[in-house]
Design a protein around this ligand. Structure first.
Ligand code: ATP
Ligand code: MG
Length: 328
C-alpha cells in the first residue's frame, strides 16, 4: 500500500488584486475566489500525483467552503477530516503584489472556521492512520490550529511516522503569540525541512547558509531542502548537497509554488525515488505552479510534470540540470 500523507491546517479562499500596488487601502479590481490555504494546496498537489492524501481542516457552511471541498474532492483528496461548521465563515486571504514582486496580505484565518480546529473523531482517525504528516508554519501561527497540529506531530512521530515541515512564514504572521515555541517543537521532530530563501536563518544561530544547514543537520534533521524561487532549489543531507537549476517558465503567479514543490517532494520521497529524481520533480512542480493564475490552479499531474521536463530538455538543458556534491 502506498503511504498516506496527512496535513493539518488552514483552508481559505484567495482573492487577488488584479493590479500591482501597495495593499488594500483603496477600492480596486479583484479576482477570485480561488481555493487556497497553504496546507490545502500542498495536499492537492500530493493527491494529483496519485499519492493517498488527506487533510484535517474546517470550513464554514458557505460557498467559499464548498468551492474548496469540491476542488479537493475532485482531485482525490480524502476530505473526511474537513469539518463543515454551521453558522461560521470560511477563511480568506486577500493578496496584492507590490511592484517589487513582494506580496501584501489581509488574512482572515484565526477568527474564521478554519481557526478553530478540534480533535474530532474523523481527525483522530486520520492522525492514527497516516504514514506521513506535513506541517506548515502558517498553521502554527493560529492558536486554534496549532494545538491540534502539535498533538498530531507527537502522535504520528510516537508511532514511527515521518514528518515534513515548511515554515512558510509571512511577515504578517511572525508576531503570532506562541509561534516561536510551536516552530521549535515541530522543527525538532521533522525529517524533511523545507524553508524558502532567508527563512532558514529564523531557525539558526548562523547567518551563513552553509553553516546554517550544517547546524540544522547536526540537530538531527535528516534532510534540508531550500526553495529558491526562480533560482531553483537545493537539497542537503549528511552525504552532501544536490542543486537543481530552475526550469524556464513564464511566471504568472508565484503563490503556491512552495506548496506544490513540497507536495511533489514528499510524494516522490515516500514512493522511494532517489534524491535527484525527488528534487527534479519537486523543482518541476514549483515551476509548473507559477505558470497558472491562482494558488492551487498550478498543481500538476505526473504527466504534466513529465511534459514540462521533456519540453525543457529540448529547449534549455539547464532546466533538468541537477548537480551533486558529496561530502567526504
Ligand atoms: P509560496 O510560499 O508562495 O508557495 P515559497 O516561497 O515557499 O512559495 P518558492 O521558492 O517561491 O517557494 O518556490 C518554490 C519552488 O518552485 C522553487 O524552489 C523552484 O523550484 C520553483 N519555482 C518558483 N518560482 C519559479 C520560477 N519563476 N521559475 C522556475 N521555477 C520556480
Ligand atoms: Mg512557502
Amino acid at each position: 500500500m502506498a503511504a498516506t500523507v496527512l496535513t493539518i491546517g488552514e483552508i481559505l479562499v484567495e482573492i487577488m488584486a488584479t493590479t500591482p500596488g501597495e495593499g488594500f487601502g483603496e477600492p480596486q479590481p479583484l479576482v477570485g475566489p480561488f481555493p487556497s490555504g497553504a496546507p490545502a494546496i500542498f495536499i492537492d498537489q500530493v493527491s494529483r500525483l496519485g499519492t493517498p492524501a488527506a487533510i484535517v481542516s474546517r470550513v464554514g457552511d458557505d460557498d467559499f467552503g464548498r468551492l474548496n471541498l469540491n476542488r479537493l474532492r475532485a482531485d482525490g483528496v480524502d476530505v473526511s477530516g474537513i469539518e463543515v461548521a454551521a453558522g461560521e465563515t470560511t477563511g480568506s486571504a486577500f493578496v496584492r503584489y507590490r511592484p517589487d514582486g513582494s506580496r501584501a496580505f489581509v488574512f482572515n484565518i484565526a477568527h474564521s472556521a478554519t481557526g478553530r480546529l478540534s480533535l474530532t473523531p474523523s481527525a483522530e482517525a486520520l492522525i492514527e492512520r497516516c504514514d506521513h504528516l506535513h506541517i506548515m508554519g502558517s498553521a502554527l501561527s493560529a492558536p486554534g490550529i496549532a494545538h491540534l497540529a502539535r498533538e498530531a506531530v507527537r502522535r504520528v512521530k510516537a508511532r514511527g511516522g515521518s514528518l515534513s515541515f515548511d515554515p512558510n512564514l509571512r511577515p504578517e504572521i511572525l508576531q503570532a503569540p506562541g509561534l516561536p515555541e510551536a516552530l521549535d517543537e515541530v522543527l525538532a521532530q521533522c525529517d524533511v525541512f523545507l524553508p524558502s530563501g532567508e527563512e532558514i536563518f529564523l531557525f539558526t544561530e548562523s547567518k551563513d547558509e552553509a553553516a546554517a544547514v550544517t547546524e540544522l543537520l547536526q540537530r538531527g534533521i535528516g534532510t534540508v531542502v531550500i526553495k529558491r524561487g526562480n533560482q531553483g532549489a537545493s537539497r542537503f543531507d549528511q552525504h552532501g548537497r544536490i542543486d537543481a537549476a530552475a526550469l524556464t517558465v513564464d511566471e504568472v503567479d508565484p503563490t503556491g509554488a512552495g506548496d506544490c514543490f513540497a507536495g511533489a517532494y514528499v510524494s516522490f520521497w515516500l514512493a522511494g525515488a532517489d534524491p535527484e529524481t525527488t528534487l527534479r520533480y519537486a523543482n518541476a512542480a514549483g515551476a509548473h505552479a507559477v505558470t497558472k493564475l491562482g494558488p492551487m490552479e498550478g498543481a500538476a499531474t505526473l504527466s504534466g510534470l513529465n511534459a514540462l521536463l521533456a519540453a525543457q530538455n529540448g529547449k534549455d538543458p539547464r532546466g533538468v540540470w541537477v548537480r551533486q556534491t558529496r561530502v567526504q
